[in-house]
Design a protein around this ligand. Structure first.
Ligand code: ADP
Ligand code: MG
Length: 280
């Protein structure tokens, strides 16, 4: 069913229930476009269908510019104002997200759906201490007191591998490394015990040695908290160790998706074969 921008997709409620029973996140035929200078729409995501199972890690892989982040942003409800969802459905835990207003999206974002960005520093305010920023997020996500939130943040900092949580809590962002900052953001993201964590290139900005540690941490937390993860990356090597399933994206479309073993052992699409040859 084709819809205009901002319109809710009319879908059958029984069908939504079936889809929600099968997958936590079920994206169907999603198309996202930007207006060109001539006024015509340029579709940068073109008919993406993608399912993330409860408690599983789905890798969304493809080269830069293929539309991975746009797909992630649509799911988080943070597409830029000029973007148009041309058609499609994003069902999260039985709820249609396409057409929700920012106010309707707010109870989900940062709570049931958490996010970690590519550039950890860009998501920390340089003028406030790390701890106070986390406490604010945790307070608003969980509706607990400042004191409880601080205790929770300190425990989480420890859990994500920060040796001296008190010290990191009292540091300004410029006083910690990029890897530490990403650990801090992961702590903030999982504080609300999200059902889905969207990680967009979470290791791309980090040193190679730190990358593996962060991926290990994500995998550990994923199984510990039984959360689903949508791991967005241009790096096929990253998905190999971490993902249960992958979807391969190219020029706005998904060319192939399935269980990781199946795709690594029997890639169907020439593009997937080419990507695999580059890492094997
Ligand atoms: P990826 O995350 O896979 O690298 P993106 O989802 O960021 O790719 O981008 C997909 C396409 O959408 C790119 O061609 C990019 O140029 C285009 N795009 C992204 N943001 C905008 C925007 N604000 N206006 C116009 N085009 C955009
Ligand atoms: Mg991107």
């Amino acid at each position: 069913s084709k819809v205009g921008s901002g319109q809710r997709v009319a879908v059958d409620e029984d069908e939504n229930r079936d889809r929600a029973a099968r997958s936590l996140l079920d994206i169907r035929d999603l198309a996202i476009a930007y207006p060109r200078p001539d006024g015509k729409l340029n579709e940068v995501v073109r008919g993406v269908s993608l399912a993330v199972q409860r408690g599983k890690v789905m890798g969304l892989v493809g080269e830069s510019g293929s539309g991975k982040s746009q797909t992630a942003f649509a799911t988080l409800g943070v597409l830029p104002n000029e973007a148009v969802i041309v058609r499609g459905s994003i069902l999260f835990d039985g709820e249609e997200l396409v057409g929700l207003t920012d106010a309707q999206m707010r109870p989900l974002r940062g709570k049931a759906i958490a996010y970690i960005p590519q550039e950890p520093m860009s998501n920390l305010d340089p003028s406030f201490k790390v701890g106070s920023q986390l406490v604010e997020g945790v307070r608003s996500a969980l509706g607990i007191s400042k004191k409880e939130a601080k205790e929770r943040v300190l425990a989480l900092l420890k859990r994500v591998g920060i040796n001296d949580p008190e010290r990191t809590f009292d540091s300004y962002p410029h006083q910690i490394s990029g890897g530490m900052a990403q650990r801090v953001l992961i702590a903030g993201a999982v504080a609300s015990r999200p059902k889905l964590l969207i990680a967009d290139e979470p290791t791309t900005a980090l040193d190679v040695t730190v990358q593996a540690e962060i991926l290990d941490l994500l995998r550990d937390l994923q199984s510990e908290l039984d959360m689903a993860v949508l791991l967005v990356t241009h790096n096929f090597g990253v998905v190999a160790d971490v993902c249960d399933q992958i979807a391969v994206m190219r020029q706005g479309e998904i060319v192939e998706q399935g269980d990781i073993e199946q795709i690594f052992d029997h890639p169907q699409h020439e593009y997937t074969k080419m990507l695999l040859n580059a890492i094997l």
